[in-house]
Design a protein around this ligand. Structure first.
Ligand SMILES: [Zn+2]
Length: 310
């Protein structure tokens, strides 16, 4: 299909998947019966570009950054995920014990329940954005929204370094930047890095963006949540940040954000174009998610005004 049409289709698919995720509280709550099968269905590990690899499932993304000083892993995912993540790392030819740094997209069990086990097995240093540290260290018991939902809790893990907006995480010659993109959780993090140019490969360095989550869960109160009164302002700030980030490689905490399953076959087929290089898809996704946020905010404001007449 023509390139622009394909892009539009991919952007629509990614937006649709994100909407599907945001719109189902049962899925967000994660009761066993409501778990998206794609969260636990394996996906072959692969090199995305340069020194950046994918080791997640069909939907729960986990990324590996390889450096001469060791490995950085982004997202430990579910409590059952460390075994398949480790298998992916080893299948790519790396050693599990070389994972030196563990990072997350945000403090929800689908991205950090596996952290405690990974830290125990690898001895990696755990680095988490300031406003998500308490939740990570309490196993979700201090989460502003889900603390009363036992099915949302996860094994607590000790954080070794507290990150702040704009902090750099360095290993070998690679630097990742932690962008606080709050709203979905108060310490939700979007990671950026420039991929390394590998010798012998005719491939440039790419600017990668790994989106933390721009989604308003359908049970969220954007107007006056006493535990998170600044949520709407944080979301606005998040969208301003996301729009400002230079992006070649469009990636995210869920593969569905960036249409991985639709893009992967071309990479596997050895296409000369890397379809994960998708600045247009990234900006379309951010714009669509911002519109969804504004629509939900307007809906909640209307309901709030009706129930609190002046
Ligand atoms: Zn989440």
């Amino acid at each position: 299909m023509p390139r622009t049409t394909r892009r539009t289709v991919l952007a629509s698919l990614a937006a649709l998947a994100a909407t599907r995720l945001a719109a189902h509280p049962a899925r967000a709550l994660g009761s066993a019966s409501a778990l998206d099968p794609d969260w636990t269905t394996p996906h072959p590990p692969y090199r995305i570009a340069g020194n950046l690899f994918y080791v997640g499932s069909r939907d729960l993304a986990s990324f590996l950054v390889a450096t001469h000083e060791g490995l950085i892993l982004i997202n430990g995912n579910l409590a059952t995920s460390p075994v398949p993540i480790r298998a992916g790392v080893e299948q790519l030819g790396f050693r599990w014990s070389d994972v030196k740094i563990l990072l997350i997209s945000h403090a929800h069990y689908d991205h950090c329940a596996g952290s405690a086990q990974i830290l125990k097995e690898t001895g990696a240093t755990y680095m988490v954005m300031d406003a998500d540290v308490a939740s990570v260290q309490s196993g979700g018991k201090t989460d502003f929204h889900f603390s009363a939902h036992p099915e949302m809790l996860f094994p607590a893990a000790k954080v070794n370094r507290t990150l702040h907006d704009g902090d750099a995480v360095r290993l070998g010659k690679t630097t990742l930047t932690a962008h606080k993109t709050a709203g979905h959780t108060p310490g939700c993090t979007t990671w950026t890095l420039e991929t390394a140019v590998l010798s012998g490969r005719a491939e440039p360095s790419y600017k990668a963006v790994i989106v933390g989550s721009p989604n308003v869960l359908s049970s969220y109160n954007l107007i006056d949540d006493p535990k998170y009164p600044n949520m709407a302002a944080d979301f606005r700030c998040q969208f301003a940040t996301l729009k400002s980030l230079p992006c070649d490689l469009f990636l995210g905490a869920h593969a569905s954000y960036y249409g991985m399953l639709e893009k992967y076959p071309s990479l596997k087929a050895g296409s000369t174009a890397n379809h994960f290089v998708d600045a247009r898809g990234y900006h379309d996704f951010v714009a669509e998610r911002q519109q969804a946020f504004e629509t939900e905010l307007a809906r909640q404001q209307k309901t709030h005004t009706a129930s609190h007449p002046s």
